[in-house]
Ligand binder design. Sequence first.
Ligand code: FES
Ligand SMILES: [Fe+2]
Length: 361
Amino acid sequence: MTANNTPEAFHPAQSGNQQPSGEVRNVGKRGMERRVNPIKSEGEDGLFTQSWYAICLSSEVRPGEVIGRDFLDGRVVIFRGEDGKINVTSAYCPHVGADLAVGQVVGNDIQCAFHGWRYNASGECVSTMFGSKPPQRACLFAYPVTERYGVVWVFNGEEPLWDIPKFEKNEDDLIFYAYKHQPAYKCDPWVFCCNTLDFQHLIVIHGINVPQDAIDTLHDDVDWLDHGFDYRVATTHQGGVSLDWQLGIRGTSFYRQQGMYEDFWFGYIAGFSLPRPGLTDCYNIFAVEKGEDTPEGRALAQKRLKMADDLEVRTIEEDRDVLDSIRLKPGNLIKVDTSMAKFYDYLRRYPRAHPGADFIK
Ligand code: FES
Ligand SMILES: [Fe+2]
């Protein structure tokens, strides 16, 4: 038997009565072609998914301050006027292109450092300093923006397609803690989101106990929304600790988890940024109940925040090696992947746009 007709080299379609002939190895290679049904990467075709992206912490931009951040395939500025309102606009001044991050906030406007032109929160040029009427096209692109849980969120689109959801508890009874987890992950945010319905990885990577019969129930219980999903899992985690969590995704950049861990409730959001294609910053947000307004009650709430933080950082670090190296291309899926496959389809259909493209690069 020569190397060209080993059994491994046969294309399945060539088996049976039909004998392989000629370039058997090539036939075999065709039989082994990788089977993929790809999902578009962020930035592919010049477009990005229309989702709320974390861009910075609220505390990074006080009234009268401006900072710059990379976003999508360009750059934006985040500035807060004296009125306290946060704004996110394209960074490059439409006069000759200075970065407005080195400018300054004047009243509720942003002023360019180079020649002093001023822009309001809508991105309109309101002054050229020397009395000339601002050219009609001299404007910035102003993104939809909101602040929630100590994080500034920017929507890639003309209008938001969905709202950032609230926790199941009365939020007046909660305390929050938010920060940017570093370093960034070397993947698109949606790749990170795919883990939520990846039941095999919950078991293999995170040590969450999900028996086979429970997985069938999980598939049935996923609550699919127009721009996301939620499902509930009640089981045990590493060390036999009990958990009863609702897990969900909104858009392509927002993970939320809430429920009981052993004897206390906590909420967690991983808000993803997209500073450039193939890169994701993770903004960690934690919520616990305030509890008793006593020194002991406040200490307990802080202890629970710390436990939640330790748990989630450990969890997202368990994902890092895979996320930093994966080229996610859905290929040969099996029954346990049913819900993950639905999420892949959701991603393939998800609206993509880049309305700020002409402004932020
Ligand atoms: S580059 Fe901004 S005012 Fe000239
Ligand atoms: Fe994970």
